[in-house]
Design a protein around this ligand. Structure first.
Ligand code: NAD
Length: 256
């Protein structure tokens, strides 16, 4: 059966686990050829590729450590190789800037190295990755940045992290105007607290924390990676053709 993203090529960064994995698997189910970018965990990336293939889709894994010298060149060399090996045109239709790191620190605790690192991975990498992707993106393409609900609520315990996501949102707004004439849309999806490895320590095995997070939401439960992936899938689809410079808050209505 034809899927609505058949023939499209998607690059999802940080797709070996968590939200990125769920996005990669969903876009694969929707018919896209998915380039599964990852940093280090070869086995996990291979598993994502196998899961997509097992569901009848197509994918390839590409390794690159973002926020290091030469990262973007490494990623795109891998992407070109992967697409050629698969007999695909070297092109892109969907770019999902998902890879990101946190920095649990108040303003007093943030040092310059930590600040530079979180901005390098969360802002500089998506900026230059997108710059490099633009010539490959076909007209009508999609750029989706994974932001965070923390840009709209106070998050003093992660103030530098929150600042990176605000920067990412601002980047997306200006970029949307720049690439709009090519029919390319640029949007963000902003998750609330999602049950991923990043939050495992305090959330996954802690029923008290889960109850608190569930209460923050309007829907009374903790968000799952697929809750975010499905919002990304909408923005990647033709149904979202008139949505750009926008943002979907996939937070379950959390407002704290
Ligand atoms: P995660 O740590 O489970 O996954 C992050 C992914 O990014 C991993 O695959 C990791 O390898 C990759 N990555 C991190 N640093 C990298 C680097 N330097 N180079 C290459 N890859 C790198 O986290 P997640 O919870 O799935 O988060 C995914 C995105 O969602 C992030 O941008 C995060 O800020 C955002 N987000 C998460 C939550 C949440 O509660 N989990 C909430 C809001 C926003």
């Amino acid at each position: 059966m034809a899927a609505h993203l058949d023939g499209r090529i998607a690059l999802v960064t940080g797709a070996s686990r968590g939200i990125g994995r769920a996005i990669a698997e969903r876009l694969g189910r929707d018919g896209a050829f998915v380039v599964v970018h990852y940093a280090r965990d070869d086995a996990a990336a291979r598993e994502v590729v196998a899961t997509i293939a097992g569901a009848g889709g197509q994918a390839a894994a590409v390794r690159a450590e973002l926020g290091t010298p030469g990262d973007i060149g490494t990623l795109f060399a891998g992407l070109e190789r992967a697409l050629r090996d698969a007999g695909r045109e070297v092109a892109l239709d969907i770019l999902v800037n998902n890879a990101g790191i946190g920095l649990p620190a108040t303003i007093e605790q943030v040092d310059e190295a930590g600040f530079d690192r979180v901005f390098a991975v969360n802002v500089k990498a998506p900026f230059f990755l997108t710059q490099r992707a633009l010539p490959l993106l076909r007209d009508g393409g999609r750029i989706i940045n994974v932001s965070s609900g923390v840009t709209r609520v106070a998050f003093p315990e992660g103030i530098a992290y929150a600042s990176t996501k605000g920067a990412l949102d601002a980047f997306g707004h200006s970029l949307a105007k720049h690439v709009g004439p090519r029919g390319i849309t640029v949007n963000a999806v902003a998750p609330g607290v999602i049950d991923t490895d990043v939050n495992a320590g305090w959330l996954r095995d802690n029923p008290g924390a889960q109850a608190t997070v569930a209460e923050w939401s309007a829907l009374g439960r903790v968000g799952q990676p697929a809750d975010v992936a499905d919002a990304v899938a909408f923005l990647a689809s033709d149904d979202a053709r008139w949505v750009t410079a926008g943002r979907i808050d996939a937070t379950g209505g959390a407002r704290i």
